[in-house]
Design a binder for this molecule. Sequence first.
Ligand SMILES: Nc1ncnc2c1ncn2[C@@H]1O[C@H](COP(=O)(O)OP(=O)(O)OP(=O)(O)O)[C@@H](O)[C@H]1O
Ligand SMILES: [Mg+2]
Length: 622
Amino acid sequence: MATSNPRSAPGLTAFDGVVIGAVAPAAILAATLWVGGQAASVLTGRGWASGSLTAGIEAVTAYRGDPGAAWESPMPGPTTYWPITAGSIALLVGAASVVGILLHAGTRTRRKVERMAARPGMATPREIGRTVGRKALLANATELRPTLGRRARESDLGWRWGRARGVDVYTSVRDSVVLLGPSGAGKGVYVVNSRVLDAPGAVVVTSTRPDVFAITMTARARVGPVGVIAADGSVDGLPQVVAWSPIIGCRDGRVAAARAQVLAAGSSSGVEDSSFWQGWSEKVIKALLHAAAWGDASIDELWRWSQSAAAAKAALAILQRQEASPPVADARVEPGWADTLAQVVDGDEKFRGNVWAGVGKALAGLDLADVRARFDPAHGENFDVPAFLAAKGTLYLLAEADDTASRLLQCLVADITRVAKQLADRSPKARFDPPLTLVLDEIANWAPLPALPTYVSAYGGSGIVTIAVIQSRAQMARTWGVDAARAIWDSSTITGILGGVTDAENLRDFAAIAGERDETNWTASTGRSAGIFGGKGDSGRSYSEQTRTRAVLDTGEIRGLPEGTMLMFYKGLNPMLVRMTAYYRRPDRRQLDEDRSAVEQAIGAGRTESAACDTHAVIVVR
Ligand SMILES: Nc1ncnc2c1ncn2[C@@H]1O[C@H](COP(=O)(O)OP(=O)(O)OP(=O)(O)O)[C@@H](O)[C@H]1O
Ligand SMILES: [Mg+2]
């Protein structure tokens, strides 16, 4: 039989409270006065004072006129002693108040977030653990990393976002992400940098600034080769700079077609029948790239062809000549492409003009000779996509917001994903392993990457995981068009929202996605109640229950999410509030800081050599 043995828990009696309440302030007062006396001695050049711990308080109570008498070592006179003591106490009290206020504010914010996270309608710790917890991730090891199987650790299988309701939140290497937050919300600090640093395989990073590059480059150089292309030349001189040619590889019609699709995307936007004109521009660009590859034309020639249909007659001649020639090493020009190009080049003036307007816009990134040079590698120095993927390389693609040259960089992103997908299709479980991570920071400030909806919705299962980082839904709609923007949003496995969003419509959408909860309130009313036998009875209390439906999180709460807290939607799971860790609080922060300063100095100096990265310089075909 079980027996119970009740015991009172050790606690504080009222007497204990009185003693502590009286002794603690006295001890603090004595300590501050002691510190004040020490300050008076040190600041007047007498070094540390000797005396009992109560010397400071004795000076006040017994030796106000000659405070030195309370101490065993020489002290300054009262006119110096007391002002210094008072100043030191003021400093101590000020510092303690600041710390107290900061701690209180931090705790209050944390408590507020915890209360919101624990509401009905939010994911419970059990649900979080079962769906996005560590064990759930490890249970999928063989599926996620077929080459590692059971040996895989959590860092091989996914990424730790932070903690929600006391549970570590991990998502896998196949979960695509759309991360939304206004400028300065902490997308870089809390997600992008760490995601790049922790990626288990090759990484492609897009950005409009060299911030992520400076922080992560050196650490990534310890994993594999590092390359950077800055369309604006902002990192020219660094040994990591690579060049990539949009022409090499275009003898294969499929490559030319894939690149033309990226280049032509949105090139006719704002024009009536834009998809018709864009379709024709794409056909022409495809043919020009194909001709350039077969005719061994330079990037300058390709650009000249893009300037007018008359200039493009040279490209047409190349295609026609090749079509009439025997195949070279079993390869030949795509039959019929010359005819398609001829239709435009020899077509009527209005048709030709409209098509060429799109062609010119699509290749406008090449207008500057400087930029063309960055896409014109020396012989044998072209960026090698399969080598980059195999060696777990990291490639940074930098372009200013709205820089037309970003279309060329997007061609390279499309090339890398195409090659990775082909390799995946031939691999166990049709998965590219270790996975390729696309960290598409500031992606909406670039030209529209037309395949982004496909990457987000379908490529995760092939080992190509996309993290699309954007500032607002309006920015997405402007870049991809309303339908494609919605497709990107709807098909990502994880949607993360940071605080500071001010667009009311967006906030209402997020609140609607978070769902609703029933809130029950009890109201008590008092009154005279009738007794059982009808007489006047005692005053009675009655309760009424009111249930009303409220948003799980309202718009103001989503807007006011504190820095470092992300509202996360994961598949069908109820929303979570995830507390993340800034990259500058990682255990390797000191090293990262040093690396960052070294790279920033190198960028500033336009240095041609960097000690940071001599083992894996550039990834090129030699
Ligand atoms: N090393 C650091 N230490 C402390 N604060 C930092 C550090 N680096 C950045 N911050 C601050 O963190 C905040 C978030 O910066 P972050 O670069 O993550 O913004 P973002 O969301 O990526 O914005 P954008 O869309 O403009 O790129 C900024 O206020 C920035 O000043
Ligand atoms: Mg950023």
